[in-house]
Design a protein around this ligand. Structure first.
Ligand code: AHR
Length: 515
């Protein structure tokens, strides 16, 4: 049956050749060929002790004049609940490898202070620690992903942290947790063994880290029925050798996930582009650098396939997103940047790529949640704005836990100067109830695009759609005007049983759901 459908699809695709002139674009979706499940954890987030992410972003403390519940900002908390984020990574990033968890428990007045050497050299008072994080995770109905300290910590320290969080019985760490007000264990699942151990996490060689991982992972115990999902600190960008050495050295049964970090840097690390001030060529440079994620995942997966053909170990992209120059006048160590419609397109392109590789990519975490890098939320005193990136995550909710569907796309290219990219960026999936989800980013800054969509195997009766769009590629939300870029209903499509005609406005991201 599957073979016949594939054959039909190939014959059908041949009929598309005339569309190659691109009077309009063509999208063919095979609604019968369900592939891997798109793990909802691909839509995860990351909150490091960095800048105003935790302090001022998530946590203001119970005595703050900013409206809060037990110290958590009400506005940010509600925005994260509404977004239904599947997981939140904490406490770093680079911060994780100099964080000593025992400094962040007990009476806040007695907690020792430390210097946050990586991020602005500010004093960290440890008022947001294990309890504050795990209780926050419960309040926003998400799952915690904690990264333990390998760089400056010890096996004993990490092992005791896990016992403190997860052991439901009589033990020194469980008693300490109870004394600090938490009777029940939190039953945490996701555990990272160090962060960027090739750099800020200890400047290790892959061989050295792989052995360290084996040692640390041995003492990262499962308690009761709770099984830890252990994630090894993975490669930076194109360091394929890191992945190769770890896959070769760490037994598959000791590792559930292997991470990978990739940031979209416009210009160079030394001279990054501005978050808001860019021309169309630079815009395409950013999008192309985001699209590199496809090849990057393919190459790392190829290596993982050699050692793990059954794809048991997940590739965990636990840091990704745009990294621009900080906003003028802000602390360079706080990594505060604005977020334009260009960031919305980066999010759409990247999430489409993660969906495409759902067989290997089991989790991902955008960097970062509030006020840092490609943030989904920005705050100022007691005010908050949702960024274009937030709205794309909101739009993409239907892809979570849906089955990936194969598609064929023929479209035109956007060209400015030396840069070019396909105007349409698409992902297609099928929800459990049979709804077909089609996300389309039209990244063309000035041209609306007509799309003929064929839905092979569909007899649709109903479709609805929403869109994130903006007047310009550099449009963004401000505290004075919060809805320049927002999510709204989209109506410019016509449904006819097994086909759709869609007109995608310039500079838009659309989600169409067909039933
Ligand atoms: O997200 C900012 C930093 O980028 C993280 O702390 C680190 O892991 C990465 O280099």
């Amino acid at each position: 049956m599957k073979k016949r459908i594939n054959l039909c699809m190939s014959v059908f695709l041949l009929t598309l050749v005339p569309f190659m002139a691109f009077a309009q674009s063509k999208l063919v979706v095979n609604t019968l060929q369900e592939e891997s499940t798109i793990n909802k954890h691909i839509y995860g987030h990351f909150a490091e002790h960095l800048g105003r992410n935790i302090y001022g972003g998530i946590w203001v403390g119970p005595d703050s004049s900013v409206p809060n519940e037990d110290g958590y900002r009400l506005d940010v908390m509600q925005a994260l609940i509404d977004l239904e984020i599947p997981n939140l990574r904490w406490p770093g990033g680079c911060f994780a490898d100099e964080y000593h968890w025992t400094d962040g428990i007990g009476d806040p007045a007695d907690r020792p202070k430390m210097v946050n050497t990586h991020w602005g050299g500010v004093t960290e008072d440890n008022s947001f620690g294990t309890h504050e994080f795990l209780n926050f995770v419960n309040k926003i109905n998400t799952e915690a992903y904690i990264t333990g300290n390998v760089g400056s910590g010890s096996v004993e320290e990490m092992s005791k942290w896990i016992e403190y969080i997860n052991f439901d019985g009589v033990s020194p760490m469980a008693e300490l947790r109870k004394k600090n007000g938490q009777e029940e264990p939190w039953n945490l699942t996701y555990w990272g063994v160090g962060n960027e151990s090739w750099g800020c996490g200890g400047n290790m060689t892959p061989e050295y880290y792989a052995n360290e991982y084996r040692r640390y992972a041995t003492y990262a115990r499962d308690y009761g029925g709770n099984k830890l999902y252990k994630i090894a600190g993975g490669a930076n960008n194109w360091d394929l050798n890191w992945t190769e050495v770890l896959m070769k050295t760490i037994p598959l049964e000791m590792m559930d996930g292997l991470s990978l970090h990739y940031y979209t840097v416009t210009g160079s690390w030394e001279n990054k582009g501005s978050a808001t001030d860019f021309d169309k060529e630079e815009y395409l440079e950013t999008l192309n650098k985001a699209a590199v994620m496809d090849d990057l995942i393919a190459k790392h997966s190829q290596i993982m396939d050699k050692y793990d053909p059954e794809k048991k170990v997940g590739l965990i992209i636990d840091e990704w997103g745009t990294w621009f120059k900080v906003e003028p006048g802000t602390n360079p160590g706080f990594l505060y940047q604005q977020n334009t419609m260009r960031d919305a397109h980066v999010a759409a392109i990247t999430l489409n790529i993660f969906n495409k590789h759902a067989d290997r990519v089991h989790m991902a975490n955008l960097a970062q949640t509030v006020n840092v890098l490609q943030a989904i939320i920005l705050t100022s005193e007691d005010d908050m704005i949702l960024t274009p990136t937030y709205h794309v995550f909101d739009l993409y909710k239907p892809h979570k836990d849906a089955k990936l569907l194969p598609h064929f796309l023929a479209t035109e290219k956007v060209v400015f100067g030396e840069q070019s990219i396909e105007a349409l960026q698409v992902s297609t999936s099928k929800s459990e109830d049979g709804t077909i989800n089609i996300s389309i980013a039209n990244v063309h800054p000035d041209k609306k695009i007509e799309i003929d969509v064929d839905l092979i195997g569909m007899n649709a009766t109903k479709a609805e759609a929403a869109m994130v769009s903006a007047p310009q590629i550099d449009s963004y939300n401000t505290f004075e005007d919060k809805d320049v870029v927002k999510k709204e209903a989209f109506k410019d499509f016509k449904l006819n049983k097994n086909s759709l005609k869609v007109t995608a406005p310039a500079n838009s991201v659309i989600m169409i759901q067909v039933k």
